[in-house]
Structures are given as structure tokens and as C-alpha cells.
Design a protein around this ligand. Structure first.
Ligand code: CU
Length: 286
């Protein structure tokens, strides 16, 4: 059952609040009686072929980080969509399974193209509401993983403190149809990309490291034919679709080499990276 009961959260909360009466504890307590409990804004989710494990039940509104570990054998993604008015997560899933994506579905991002054995994360700003999660990576039979049941849902609840995003090192601007990365080429090491969608439609981005001995063109050809063919690149980070005006933070560990940013979304069955949404760059050893 994908829909977990809110009871789990309540019970956990009660357990934390419970006090043990220990007669030996005569030492005066110096801690404040109502200790402010830290709100967790990081969620670790595991993807397998073809399901999510440990999806959040309730997340606080504001800046939230989702780390996704891929324990499967295929690439997986964590695409989030706010459930539109008039739908529940369940009825939205049912509509998408029938091939109908309702108007007003707004996407908020999440780890994209996570390679088997890898873990990547995305920090995104989530307003309160109900969210649906799904993996739209094509499977070997041509069906996206969502059609195999790779979906779920969670609630985002209003919070007084909406947290803060991590600092970014680089910027990625998504437009119709282009990807720009203003500034000098990134330095090697752990870098955080601020990804902003300035276009009028939803876009995503995947950071591909081109494997040694391969070209950017070969990497793009391989990526378009997934999941078949010998890899010419490896995804090292990225976000699933984000709506117009949205921005998310994407960390990636950049070793020196050739990279290409791609938008993995499609319009009329054509990948956006084959419509101009690609940007190659080189990370040089310092
Ligand atoms: Cu998947």
C-alpha cells in the first residue's frame, strides 16, 4: 500500500514527548522544558526496480532536500507534482496511468537520472499541499516506470519556518529551447548548481559526464536510446521537471573532464536536448 497512515507520525511524536518517571533522577534538569524540536528538511528515499521506499509521509513546507539512492538496475527519477484542484494523489495517478495528464499539474523537481548504485539530491521549495511522485524513465519494454507502479505521494504541511536553501556555486538557466550556464567553467569538486526555469513550459536538467574516449555527440546519441546501448556518459546529478519560474539546487561531484547538460523532457516524442536544450562544458584540473 502506497498510502501510509498519518498515525505513524503521530505515534512517533507521542513517543518523543513521553517522559519516563525515574525516581533516581534527582538531579535538577537544566534543559528547557519545551525543547524546540528540530524539523527535518532532508528525506532519504530509496528507488528500486520499480518502487520507492521510505517516501516522506509529511514534509514541512519550504526548502526540502530529497536524497535518492538507487538500489535498482536501471536509472530512476523522483518527479514531484502538486496534485491539482479536484484531484487526489490516487485519482491523479489513475488519470496519468490512462494517459491523461490534467491541466494545472505543477512540477517541483527532485533527483533525476540517478544511476544504479548512486545517490544524488535536490533541494526544492515546496508549498503546502498534496504531492504525487513518479518515475518516468523509459523501461526496456518501452513503458515508463510509472506504468509499472513506480509512484507514490506525500503531504507538505504549513511550517512557520520555511528553512533556507544551500549556497550555490553555479547557475543553470533553462529556456525555450536552450540551456545556459553563465560564468566561467565550474571548478572540480562538489559544486552546487542553482537551476532556474525561465521558460513557459516545464523543463528538467541532467548533468552528464562524458566517458573518456567518447564525444558529446556519442553521449547524446546513447542518452536518446536509453536503456539500450553501451554507455557513453554517466549522469552525476540533475533535477526532474520544474515549473515556470521555479528554482532548485542540484549538487554534483565534478571530476575533471567533458560534461554536457541536457533537458530530458520531450515534446511530441522529441527530446528537448535534440531541440537545442544542451550545453557542453569542460571541467579542468586545477
Ligand atoms: Cu524508475
Amino acid at each position: 500500500m502506497r498510502y501510509r497512515s498519518a498515525k505513524i507520525v503521530l505515534i512517533a511524536g507521542l513517543a518523543t514527548a513521553a517522559t519516563t518517571a525515574d525516581p533516581a533522577a534527582a538531579t535538577p534538569v537544566t534543559r528547557p522544558v519545551h525543547a524546540k524540536r528540530a524539523v527535518s528538511r532532508t528525506f532519504v528515499v530509496t528507488a528500486s526496480d520499480f518502487a520507492y521506499r521510505d517516501l516522506p509521509v509529511h514534509a514541512p513546507a519550504g526548502w526540502v532536500t530529497v536524497r535518492m539512492a538507487n538500489a535498482g538496475h536501471e536509472l530512476h527519477m523522483f518527479a514531484t507534482a502538486a496534485v491539482p484542484h479536484g484531484y487526489t494523489a490516487a485519482s491523479l495517478e489513475a488519470a496519468i496511468l490512462k494517459g491523461h495528464v490534467p491541466r494545472g499539474v505543477t512540477e517541483f523537481g527532485g533527483p533525476n537520472a540517478v544511476a544504479p548504485g548512486d545517490t544524488t539530491s535536490v533541494t526544492m521549495f515546496l508549498p503546502a499541499g498534496e504531492y504525487m511522485v513518479g518515475c518516468f524513465v523509459p523501461g526496456r519494454d518501452g513503458k515508463v516506470h510509472f506504468m509499472k507502479g513506480m509512484m507514490g505521494s506525500f503531504d507538505v504541511v504549513a511550517a512557520a519556518d520555511t528553512g533556507a536553501p544551500p549556497r550555490s556555486d553555479e547557475r543553470i538557466m533553462l529556456s525555450t529551447y536552450g540551456i545556459a550556464m553563465p560564468g566561467a567553467s565550474p571548478k572540480p569538486g562538489m559544486r552546487t548548481f542553482l537551476v532556474r526555469n525561465t521558460a513557459k513550459e516545464t523543463h528538467d536538467v541532467v548533468v552528464l559526464r562524458v566517458l573518456p574516449g567518447h564525444t558529446v555527440a556519442q553521449a547524446l546519441t546513447w542518452f536518446a536510446k536509453l536503456p539500450s546501448g553501451a554507455p557513453a556518459a554517466v549522469p552525476v546529478g540533475g533535477t526532474t521537471g520544474i515549473h515556470t519560474g521555479d528554482q532548485v539546487l542540484v549538487p554534483a561531484d565534478l571530476t575533471p573532464g567533458q560534461y554536457v547538460l541536457v533537458c530530458w523532457m520531450t515534446t511530441n516524442h522529441k527530446y528537448h536536448f535534440n531541440m537545442g536544450m544542451q550545453h557542453a562544458f569542460v571541467v579542468r584540473a586545477t
